[in-house]
Structure formats: C-alpha cells, structure tokens
Design a protein. Structure first.
Ligand code: ASP
Ligand code: MG
Length: 417
C-alpha cells in the first residue's frame, strides 16, 4: 500500500487535477491519496475569517470569489451539469457561509478551525467524484471522523490510540483499492473540526502511512525533489538524491519548505521511506528519504529562514542568567507558541532568534522589558549551512552583516542582515 500526498499547488486548477489523475493511473497498488485545499484556498479562508470578524463589507465578495473559483474547476471537470457534485459543493458552501457569518464560538481559534477546514472538504469531494467519473473508482473518507484530536484548535494533537482503531477500520481496502481523503484536518471528540497546523497535510500522509504500515509515502511537488537550496533565494541548486530521516528533520526544522517538520517522525518510527517527486515530471526519481547512515553527497545544503528577530537580554543588575531565569523565559515562549530557532548565551546575557510574528513579538518584548535590559533587531535572516565548507560560507555571507556565527561539526548558522 502506498500513501500519496498532493499539496495545494498540485491541484490549483482543473488542468492540475487532470494531471493528478494521470499520475494516479500509473500505479496499480492499493492507494491512499491525501489532498490539500485547492491552490491558496486556506489563505483565502483565513482572510475571509479576518474580514468577517471586523465586519468588513467586502467579506461577502471574497466569499463569492472563493465559491466561483471552485465552481470554475467543477464546470471544467464535469461535462454533465446534473452531476451530483454541483449540489454537494453548493451545500458545503452554504455550511461554510453559516459558519462564517452566523455561528458564534467561545474563541477565535475554534471558529478558525470550523471555517478553514472547508478547503480540504471542497477539494477532496471534487477530486474524488472526478476520479470516479474517469473510472478510477475510489472511496472518499471524511478524516474528521478518523483523526481524533484534542481541542487545541489550530494545532490539534492526534489521539493515536483512538485514531489507530478508526483508521484501520476506515481504510480497510475491502471495498476499494483507492481511498481519497483530506490532509491537515481532524475532528475533536466533541465533534468539532480541528486543524493540525498550517501546511500539515504532509503530516496527515505520514501518520496514515505509519498506522497502516505503508510500503512508502510519496509527496508530489512542483520541484524535481529536495534541492540543496531554495531556488527562490539561491542561484545554483542541485537535487539531492537521498537523505537520512535525521538530515531531513534538520532541514525541515531550519526552514527548508519542502516538507513539514512533523512528517518525518511517524515515517522514521516504522522505517517507511518517503519520496519527494515532481508532479510536473512524474518519471523523475525525486529524492528518497530513508535510514541512510551517512551524508555522502558532497554538496553543502543551504537553508534560509527570513523575517527573523534577534533578541538579547541582559539582567538589569548584572546577575547571572541562570536556569530559573531561562526556564521562565522559555515557559513564556512556549505558552505563546513562539518558535525559537537559535540560542546563544554568555554568563550575563542570552540571545535568541525567533520567527517574527508581529503582535506576539511586540507583547513578548513588552513582557521582557520588565525584567531585563533588552536589545533587538528585526528583519534578519537565519542562514543554515549543513555540511559546510569555508568556500560555501564565504560565498553566501560575503557582503552581509553577521550578528551571530555559530558552528558545530556539520552545521553552521548565521544570523545575518
Ligand atoms: N491547506 C493547508 C495549508 O495550506 C494544509 C496544507 O496545504 O498542507 O496550510
Ligand atoms: Mg497548502
């Protein structure tokens, strides 16, 4: 059994959905296909929600635009105007309208999940019905009834024991060879929709692969595989043939956007290889992630994380920053879900580099000012070079102002402007 994952870019229009069909046709294995929302639908739903909270009048226009975008794809894919999918999606959009404009919830985060989870419901219903009319018979699964989570809305944690039982039952391959389901979303025990964190569909695919002991998982992307640098920021890039799970976790953690950092653990735990392949060139071999012992590709890997903030704290009375103080600071960061990407300390100071999430960082700074003298810089970049050489470092840091230079045996980090 194989698990496939198709992200938003791979299903952003009717042509790409047809391309998905062609890819799936090449395989005769039992298959679970995990799909994200069409294109940038999740962002659009987030915007809709923001607008509706402030009661902005053009909210309803945005809603209609999102609806037309979906119906344009449906019309292109389904020549029969009486196909039931037209009604089904109409009904789902009506449910979405009620969630956005009528329902009230105790918190923004609960409402967020009820609204944003519709993206994957739309896309998977449409694709499942399309594959069916193309004689690729498949069963649509509502993963909200399978992935049972806690109610940490927007960052829900899966209850593995419950989910295992439900997944084995729902994906039994007794009535179908192909299942199609949603990435990114789940459901709480109370019956609300939840989401697993932005870009979380890779993780869904990995969890399903783990529970159902897949032979492998394939993530279909618009790049030929995992490259040694992001072509958006670096001129020369090369594809990496293979990577160990550990290496892949390091890359994902430090900001390589190809795979979600949470994806690797469920696969590694069961030794399931993960392939990153191109949906544009499905013949290509892509990159294989597996239990490789050593990195043997003689290529430095460059990862750039933008929009970083470097904060340095100094105690007002020159006392040492000791464990108690550190734990207080980290407690705060963890409670506010602020991700720390790098730390450096001395006897009387600590510096850390975080993702700059405007509101949260403002509050953080206000909070820290009470106890510390504080210096900070924003709009910095965190550059990580795995398997670095002096040349590689020179090439990418020359003409840049370096705030922190931190090197270990295989990895160099630079906070730069
Ligand atoms: N559609 C969701 C998002 O854009 C999940 C995903 O694409 O993986 O975050
Ligand atoms: Mg997406």
């Amino acid at each position: 059994m194989l698990v496939f994952k198709f992200g938003g870019a791979s299903v952003k229009d009717a042509k790409r959905v047809r391309n998905l069909l062609e890819i799936v046709k090449r395989f005769s294995d039992n298959l679970i296909i995990v799909v994200s929302a069409f294109g940038k639908t999740t962002n659009a739903l987030e915007e809709l929600l923001e607008l509706s909270v402030d009661n902005t009048p053009n909210c309803i226009n945005k809603f209609e635009t999102l609806k037309s975008y979906h119906f344009k794809i449906i019309k292109d894919l389904f020549p029969d105007e009486n196909h039931i999918i037209f009604n089904e999606i109409e009904t789902e959009f009506e449910k979405l309208r009620v969630e956005i404009f009528e329902k009230q919830y105790d918190s923004y985060d609960i409402k967020y999940d009820q609204v944003v989870s519709f993206g994957e419901i739309f896309s998977t219903k449409i694709i499942s019905a399309f594959l069916n009319i193309q004689k690729l018979s498949n069963k649509w699964i509502d993963i909200r009834k399978v992935f049972i989570t806690d109610d940490t809305y927007r960052e829900a944690k899966i209850d593995f024991e419950l989910t295992k039982v439900k997944a084995k039952d729902s994906f039994s391959f007794s009535e179908s060879k192909i299942y199609l389901t949603q990435g990114f979303i789940g459901g709480s025990e109370k019956g609300f929709s939840t989401t697993l964190g932005r870009e979380g569909s890779d993780y869904t695919a990995a969890v399903l692969a783990n529970i159902l002991d897949a032979e492998k998982a394939i993530v279909w992307k618009d790049v030929e595989g995992i490259l040694n640098a992001d072509p958006q920021y670096f001129e020369e890039t090369e594809k990496l043939e293979k990577l160990s799970y550990q290496e892949a976790v390091e890359l994902a953690y430090f900001g390589a956007k190809v795979i979600h950092p949470k994806t690797l653990k469920p696969l590694h735990n069961k030794n399931i290889p993960l392939f990153v392949r191109s949906f544009i060139d499905p013949e290509g071999e892509g990159t294989k992630i597996d239990s490789f012992k050593k990195y043997d590709q003689n290529l430095p890997i460059f990862i750039l994380k933008k929009d970083q903030m470097l904060i340095s704290l100094f105690p007002k009375d020159l006392s040492f920053i000791i464990e108690d103080e550190l734990s207080k600071i980290f407690q705060y960061l963890s409670e506010h879900r602020i991700k720390v990407n790098l730390i450096q300390n001395s006897a009387i100071s600590i510096s850390f580099c975080i993702d700059n999430a405007n509101n949260k960082t403002k509050q953080l700074i206000e909070r820290l000012k009470k106890d510390y003298k504080i210096l900070y810089n924003d709009r910095l970049e965190l550059l990580t070079i795995r398997h670095y050489s002096v040349d590689a470092i020179e090439k990418v840091t020359k003409d840049r102002k370096i705030y922190i230079d931190q090197r270990s045996r295989h990895t160099a980090h630079f906070v730069i402007k």
